[in-house]
Ligand binder design. Structure first.
Ligand code: DGY
Length: 323
């Protein structure tokens, strides 16, 4: 039996490429060349392929899906988020789509925690000062931030990542609040306080950490009106999807000091970053590091391949099908 043909759009960890090469006739992107940004190019390279292993940010939109050859039966995204993948268009063409849930929840929560600490303790500002040779020594009033201890953390979107963050934040003695469509069962909530409306959620919390999927439903969710409902001096953290923050509104709030500080890992239209952030000291900017650990990127690759194996080799349902 010939091996199924698999197009992999991005450079992946070595162990994942080796496993893929063992089980598939692989088309790799060893240099991570930017053709993955071009849907027409992805479709061209997918001619004759049975599956595609794509990644967060690849333009797997309706036009790309429409241009794929009929041979493609499975698209596995190397990500938990799939706002870049038009699952409905793929489904209409009989293509199974899958993602990589669970394995990256802790790592992404770690990134949110990192950003929260960076924002609270002015870590980015301090690092820039030291690197620039501008640090003149310890001083009693230098770069004073705020503690997280005793603060009310508001988690927007209490899925797996939100719940991992809640567990970490309890270690910092924060009080956990959350906003979601439905409350969690008590065992999963672990005492976290549910808000069934934005007003009570926003007016209660000291820190918001955003964990909502991208897409129209959450587009610019954190806008000027919602920021205004938060207490002066609050912190904003986003490690979900960039589009859920109205950048101009957040920059205005950071500039006025109504938002004390923010930490961002994701950006609307990334890798572009809203230019207003660059001139502000009170925002920490990370380059979408959410799941970027050696352990997790391997686990994500194995998960993506498990899904492709199910559909293309074993002819069984994908364990992590979406849509
Ligand atoms: C995801 O998995 O959706 C992340 O954002 C990519 O690291």
């Amino acid at each position: 039996m010939p091996k199924p043909v698999l197009l992999i759009t991005r450079k992946l960890p070595d162990a994942i490429e080796a496993r893929a090469a063992r089980d598939y006739e692989v088309r790799l992107n060893p240099d991570d060349a930017p053709w993955f940004r071009d849907g027409a190019e992805i479709a061209k390279r997918a001619q004759g392929a049975d599956g595609i292993l794509c990644a967060a940010g690849d333009p797997m939109n309706a036009a790309t899906i429409a241009a794929l050859p009929a041979s493609v039966k499975c698209i596995a995204t190397f990500s938990v988020g799939y706002d870049h993948l038009d699952v409905a268009a793929a489904k209409a063409r009989g293509i199974t789509c899958t993602n990589t849930p669970e394995v990256l929840s802790f790592a992404t929560a770690e990134t949110a925690m990192t950003l929260m600490l960076m924002a609270a303790r002015r870590a980015g500002e301090g690092e820039r000062m030291v690197r620039a040779g501008k640090w003149e020594g310890w001083a009693p009033t230098q770069l004073m931030g705020v503690t997280l201890e005793g603060k009310k953390l508001g988690i927007l979107g209490m899925g797996r990542i939100g719940r991992e963050l809640a567990a970490m934040a309890r270690g910092f003695r924060m009080e956990i609040h959350y906003r979601d469509i439905n409350p969690l069962p008590a065992e999963a909530a672990q005492g976290a306080i549910y808000h069934d409306n934005d007003d009570s959620f926003l007016s209660t919390i000291d820190v918001i950490s955003m964990h909502v999927p991208g897409g129209d439903a959450t587009r610019k969710w954190l806008n000027a009106e919602r920021l205004a409902k938060m207490k002066p001096g609050h912190l904003v953290v986003n490690s979900g999807r960039g589009g859920s923050v109205d950048d101009a509104a957040l920059v205005a709030s950071l500039t006025s000091g109504h938002t004390r500080a923010a930490g961002l890992d994701v950006y609307d239209g990334e890798p572009k970053v809203f230019p207003g952030y660059f001139v502000l000291e009170n925002v920490a900017l990370l380059p979408h590091l959410g799941s970027a650990t050696i352990e997790v990127r391997d686990a994500m690759g194995h998960r993506a391949l498990e899904n492709l194996d199910a559909v293309l080799i074993h002819k069984t349902p994908a364990p992590h099908a979406i849509g």
